[in-house]
Design a binder for this molecule. Structure first.
Ligand SMILES: Nc1ncnc2c1ncn2[C@@H]1O[C@H](COP(=O)(O)OP(=O)(O)OP(=O)(O)O)[C@@H](O)[C@H]1O
Length: 583
């Protein structure tokens, strides 16, 4: 928890200092009240006291109470301000950190957990700051000050107060031991609930199509009940606390009056009045002592959960990035748009087996290199190493003659236009989706060009608002093929050195596929293209086709060469095209 406070800025520390002054003032004002009360009691009991004296003392007492109210409002305002600004900054930091994560780190935390950490966990820390700043600082000051006020008055009353505080600490100790382990679990169960909800919402159509609502509901209900049970247990344990505290406070007042009655009865006539007044003052201070401990208890309740949350936030912020950033922004070689793999092997983090093994090839400027092979043979894995979604486990991946890990990541990715297997669109407009990213152009002529090349103009120009037409989050108001064409347009609009298409043409009909490739040849002349495809027709004209089998290169060459030499390629080709088409 303390570690996370390093993210407080100097202004917030200054505000904290100001609030400290107000808290001390508030405690002083609160502790003045019993004095006035004692004075009023004395005046009432003293024959010949003037009414005006009582009213004046009462007036001062009222002023103190009002002053205490004002200071507590100021402290609450400052605490809320510090907590809100701090959590906003923490959320931004977490967001930035997660943005710089590679797929390895994201998978190790899980998306659901990262969402909980950025929302619920931050809220826990925010709550502790709001309440903690008021109580954590106030409680010890109040406790010590109030104790100082009552020490030496009467050992019988002091003993009574000591016993009350002891019982309070015992009850709280038991509660904390019981609920502490549950707090860690609560955050994990919240992660789980988020994961199930997320899966449910993203897979809604499939769930409905398969009438699997019941199955999903059971999954959700299990996660929900687990969270509810843990929540109920902690709340039930904590529910014992408040009545116990009230009971202790009432019991303490009763005990002080009872002890007082005995003391007054055994005292001489002249001491009786002084003792009565002392009793009133002492009982008020004793209640303040118990109140101070009660505040500390509230902190002890909030602290463990916020501590768990702070730990989870720190875990994200302190995660060492597996992808280190290089320093190069351009290659010093004369090469442009060249991709080379040198004996590259790769296994996914935490996996035992290599997914791709000993891959070597070169794609020169302007060449089209295609990858084909059965499902799961490692095609996407190969191309994902080029923009450094992962780093090669062995061997080297070079872009323009420089190992990809020597580039600044943004510079490396600026060289590329990447189209993922599953089209990804963002909420916004057609133009905002195409002119997207670092050097994504917002010049409409380039956007229009890219839309024409990607064969998206027919439907974009028919949409309401055309290039300013609304795109729903995830592109849910478009068909699969339309989404794919817009994501292809986005890559083209960057005018990159290298275009990577990860099976991006499979959602297109044959005619559009052919048209798009021929437009690409004209529009993106000089651009190196790496194309993963399932259809032989898509890659037949490529300068080089790489056939992958079980992560290894089973053949490399042109269509004609592979038809002569590579049995794996022949098998794929014959399964898709007739002998006449292949001839
Ligand atoms: N994030 C991951 N963690 C662990 N293993 C993975 C991960 N992604 C893919 N794999 C495994 O790596 C292998 C290769 O996957 P890859 O996606 O590269 O295949 P592919 O040839 O592109 O398949 P497809 O044609 O179906 O898209 C598969 O066996 C898959 O199970």
């Amino acid at each position: 928890m303390v570690k996370i406070l390093k993210y407080l800025n100097p202004k917030e520390w200054a505000l904290f200092g100001v609030s400290l002054i107000f808290i001390v003032a508030q405690v002083w004002l609160d502790l003045e009240l019993p004095n006035y009360m004692g004075e009023i009691t004395r005046l009432v009991q003293t024959p010949g006291s003037e009414m005006s004296e009582i009213i004046a003392t009462g007036g001062w007492m009222l002023l103190c109470a009002l002053g205490s109210l004002v200071t507590s409002i100021v402290v609450a305002g400052i605490a809320a301000r510090i907590a809100a600004n701090f959590s906003s900054r923490l959320r931004s930091k977490l967001f930035d950190r997660v943005q710089s994560f590679s797929m390895e780190e994201i998978n190790s935390f899980s998306t659901a957990s990262l969402i909980t950490r950025s929302t619920n966990d931050i809220t826990q820390v925010q709550m502790l700051i709001v309440i903690g700043l008021q109580l954590l600082v106030k409680a010890p000051i109040l406790a010590v000050w109030a104790l100082l006020k009552i020490t030496g008055k009467s050992w019988q009353w002091s003993l009574t107060t000591g016993i009350a505080v002891g019982v309070l600490i015992l009850i709280v100790g038991i509660c904390i031991v019981l609920v502490l382990p549950k707090f860690q679990k609560l955050q994990q169960l919240t992660d789980n609930l988020n994961r199930v909800s997320r899966e449910n919402l993203t897979g809604l159509r499939v769930i409905r199509a398969y009438n699997a609502e019941g199955y999903q509901e059971d999954k959700f209900s299990d996660a929900n009940q687990a969270l509810t049970r843990t929540n109920l247990f902690s709340n039930n344990v904590l529910a014992v606390l408040m009545p116990s505290i009230t009971m202790i406070m009432s019991g303490l007042s009763l005990a002080i009056y009872w002890v007082g009655a005995v003391l007054i009865q055994s005292a001489g006539m002249s001491d009786k009045m002084g003792l009565f007044s002392d009793m009133i003052v002492f009982s008020s201070y004793a209640i303040q002592v118990v109140m101070a401990f009660m505040m500390l208890i509230m902190i002890f309740i909030l602290m463990p959960r916020a501590h768990v949350s702070a730990k989870r936030i720190n875990e994200v912020l302190d995660t060492k990035l597996s992808l280190t950033n290089g320093s190069m922004t351009t290659s010093s070689s004369k090469l442009f748009g060249e991709v080379e793999f040198r004996n590259v092997s790769f296994k996914y983090p935490d996996a035992d087996d290599y997914v791709i093994k000993d891959i070597s090839f070169t794609a020169k400027k302007g060449e089209t290199v295609a990858f084909i092979g059965s499902t799961g043979c490692g095609k996407s894995t190969v191309v994902n190493l080029i923009p450094r979604f992962y780093d090669a486990t062995e061997g080297e991946v070079l872009v323009d003659g420089v190992n990809v890990n020597q580039y600044k990541q943004s510079a490396l990715r600026n060289k590329m236009g990447y189209v993922s297997q599953k089209a990804v669109l963002f909420g916004g407009t057609v133009t905002s989706n195409i002119a997207f990213g670092d050097n994504g152009s917002d010049v409409s002529a380039e956007v229009v060009d890219a839309v024409y090349t990607s064969q998206a103009s027919d439907f974009v120009e028919k949409m309401e608002g055309s290039y300013d037409a609304h795109i729903a989050q995830g592109g849910s108001n478009l068909s699969g093929g339309q989404k794919q064409r817009l994501s292809i347009a986005r890559a083209i609009a960057r005018r990159p050195e290298i275009l990577i298409f990860d099976d991006s043409f499979s959602a297109l009909d044959y005619k559009t596929d052919r048209k798009l490739r021929s437009e690409l040849k004209k529009g993106a002349r000089g651009t190196t293209m790496l194309i993963i495809a399932q259809r032989i027709g898509t890659i037949k004209d490529a300068d080089k086709i790489i056939v992958l089998e079980d992560g290894r290169i089973a053949g490399m060459g042109t269509h004609e060469e592979l038809m002569d030499t590579c049995s794996v390629y022949q098998e794929i080709a014959y399964s898709q095209l007739s002998k006449e088409e292949l001839a």
